[in-house]
Design a protein around this ligand. Structure first.
Ligand code: FEO
Ligand code: CA
Ligand code: CA
Length: 663
């Protein structure tokens, strides 16, 4: 994306992947390069349920045939899942396992309020978009109302916008490449309104979910919604701007990727690739130059800075310090001011899934999605009070942020990011805890955290004291380390952390690679799915995940495509226990060009909400299209398949026909 002129660019995840360079971490914390493969055969190191079935690096075609047979007949021995597997592949539609329904619940442009205007893609406006469902749904959370799993609030992040798919008449194709016209002010304001999040009441009527458009708590949050900055960095001089001399009143949230729902029922939005929204230049000797280089500011993916000074760093040099945080929203009051919680650090936050520790504090697992960046967790100082919601509302302002170091021996250590401890002192440019939090990445560099292969979603399991880390890929890795064992890691892997004593508050634990992803029938790929995994069951590029109320792991993906894996992204069920450990099977898959986000099971497991993000963003490598895809020439018009309608990112509700537990 940096190859394009500022006025002629288009933001596509595929380009982010290809063009974001070798990562932004300049440190050499790669002492573990010495121990490449030193612990490849470490299985058996962890005892009990950790001792898994033997998994071969290469699976013979015969084994895959046998596995296919087993799946066709139902359950795999030892598996906690039992459903007929979906056939992997690529086409214009979505597909769910036989016996299930996948119903589109909310599409981009759908009304969030009863008085919202009807969606008209040829005549969109900022005012309309502010009352309608936003673009590119990513995180999905469900907050039950009245304790019921058939009525609640759906909370949905709108991560970013794909202008070439959203707006008519702005694309030209040159040499097979899409070029997008420079944005008008109106277009920028529509884009800003299509970002952020949605809170919407939903209810199951006769077995089917419906939005409740007059829901009292319905709300749109956008890139302009007033926010309060709280915690140790609030009000710091580095967060002050011309528009906000207090350093405590930010406008909007952007690039909200995954997120979370807290035990007290607030909605967490993680600010990920915030760097892309800034344009402009700072002098090389500017006080923030080192800070901004470490996070890639200015990324110049959008034209917002042409019409809004705060997105131009030459006019508002501190504005980027007001993004890259975890945002907490009190959904019970639609007029509440969302809070940017600085205690959880500033980086490219993928998500923030939480659980209780053994003594009743709350832990949040945090991935920083960039090549060679880190895995974090935050443990609150205070305890969760299940009887007093109000008492929990500022738990996120005080606690300890840790970064992970994964050792070759299979141990993990959580290193506290505390001002004054170790190298986090004034000598290294950290005058206070605020500086440590504003430049979290640089603080973690100095603590020699382990550089990872793009940490995405991390899901704890409070019952077992484990956490699952999705590492999506890193084709720029030239030197392996124990927890990132493949150079040129095109397909990613999943690390399972086992916290000491089964307590998620522990500052140490052990870890194991659950699976190295990719096609197991190609020896060079080095994938390690179990031999019970079929040719439909394997995947690449794990991204979001969910641990359901039965403790079962579900993995969704970002980056599978006809050219890379011969399949679209989807939702896979992954066994983690006993003889079936490492077995994966395909439950649902998305239309061409889309990414699978959000997987959100209700607690009673009768509904699975999923988010189909950026459908039709791609199609060059698919026989069914074979050329660039954009508004006037889309690779799919899912979900409406109406020539008058563009493709629309949507949230889908999956239920079992006749009711009952999923999977
Ligand atoms: Fe927005 Fe890291 O995916
Ligand atoms: Ca993601
Ligand atoms: Ca991703």
């Amino acid at each position: 994306m940096n190859d394009h002129q500022p006025s002629r660019h288009v933001f596509r995840t595929s380009q982010l992947e290809e063009a974001d360079g070798p990562g932004l971490n300049p440190t050499k914390n790669r002492t573990m390069g010495e121990i490449i493969a030193a612990r490849f055969s470490r299985r058996g190191f962890l005892k009990g349920s950790m001792a898994a079935t033997a998994i071969s690096a290469t699976v013979s075609p015969m084994a895959i045939l046998a596995a296919d047979d087993a799946h066709a007949q139902g359950a795999v021995e030892g598996s906690v899942f039992n459903f007929p597997e979906v056939k992997a592949g690529v086409d214009a539609d979505h597909h769910v396992a036989e016996g299930y329904d996948a119903d589109v619940l909310l599409r981009w442009g759908d009304k969030v309020f009863a008085d919202a205007p009807d969606f008209d893609p040829t005549n969109q406006s900022e005012a309309a978009q502010e009352r309608q469902f936003g673009y590119n749904n990513d995180f999905v959370g469900f907050i039950p109302l009245d304790g019921a799993d058939d009525h609640g609030l759906l909370v949905v992040n709108h991560e970013y916008t794909n202008e070439h798919l959203m707006f008519p008449g702005i694309v030209t194709v040159k040499d097979g490449e899409i070029e997008v016209a420079a944005a008008t002010e109106d277009r920028v304001n529509i884009e800003m309104a299509a970002h952020g999040g949605t809170v919407i009441e939903i209810r199951k009527v006769d077995g089917k979910w419906q939005p409740v458009l007059d829901g009292a708590m319905n709300r749109r949050i956008t890139a302009k919604t007033p926010m309060e900055i709280t915690g140790p960095a609030a009000g710091h001089a580095r967060l002050q701007t011309v528009a906000d001399p207090s350093g405590k009143a930010a406008l909007g949230t952007i690039n909200n990727c995954a997120g979370g729902v807290t035990p007290w029922g607030t909605y967490i939005m993680a600010e990920e690739n915030f760097h892309g929204y800034f344009i402009g230049e700072l002098p090389a000797d500017h006080a923030e130059a080192r800070n901004y280089e470490r996070v890639g500011v200015p990324g110049a993916n959008y034209d917002w800075g042409k019409y809004h000074d705060r997105f131009d760093i030459s006019k508002e040099p501190n504005e980027p310090n007001r993004f890259g945080w975890i945002v907490e929203v009190d959904v019970n009051d639609p007029t509440s001011t969302p809070k940017k919680r600085t205690a959880l650090g500033r980086f490219k936050h993928e998500g923030a899934e939480s659980a209780l520790t053994k003594d009743g504090r709350v832990v949040f697992y945090l991935g920083d999605d960039e090549r060679f960046d880190y895995v974090y967790k935050f443990v609150t100082a205070g305890k969760y009070n299940p009887d007093d919601r109000a008492a929990n509302m500022d738990l996120l302002d005080e606690g300890t942020l840790y970064v992970a170091r994964f050792d070759e021996g299979g141990n993990v250590e959580w290193l506290p990011l505390v001002h004054g401890e170790g190298p986090l002192t004034a000598e290294n440019g950290f005058e206070s805890q605020a500086d440590v939090l504003i430049e979290t990445r640089r603080a973690a560099d100095l603590l020699e955290a382990t550089p990872m292969d793009r940490p995405e979603d991390i899901e704890p399991n409070a019952e077992t004291g484990r956490a699952y880390v999705m590492l999506t890929n890193n084709t720029k890795r030239e030197e392996a380390n124990a927890a990132n064992p493949r150079v040129d890691n095109a397909f990613g892997h999943i690390v399972e952390i086992v916290e000491e004593g089964g307590d998620l508050a522990a500052t140490k634990g052990t870890w194991e690679i659950l699976v190295k992803c990719g096609d197991p029938s190609i020896a060079e790929v080095g994938a390690t799915f179990s031999t019970a995994t079929t040719e439909d069951g394997w995947f690449g590029m794990p991204d979001n995940c969910a641990v359901d109320s039965d403790g079962r792991l579900w993995v969704s993906t970002d980056g599978n495509s006809p050219g890379k894996t011969g399949r679209t992204d989807g939702l896979w069920a992954m066994d983690t226990e006993g003889s079936a450990r490492g077995t994966s099977r395909l439950f649902y898959r998305v239309p061409v060009g889309a990414e699978m986000c959000g997987p959100c099971p209700t607690a009673d497991l009768t509904t699975f909400f999923v988010a189909v993000q950026h459908p039709a963003d791609g199609g060059e490598d698919w026989d069914g299209h074979g050329r660039p895809s954009y508004y006037e020439d889309l690779s799919t018009r899912w979900p409406d398949f109406d020539d008058a309608m563009p493709v629309r990112p949507s949230v889908v509700a999956i239920t079992k026909q006749g009711g009952g537990k999923i999977g």
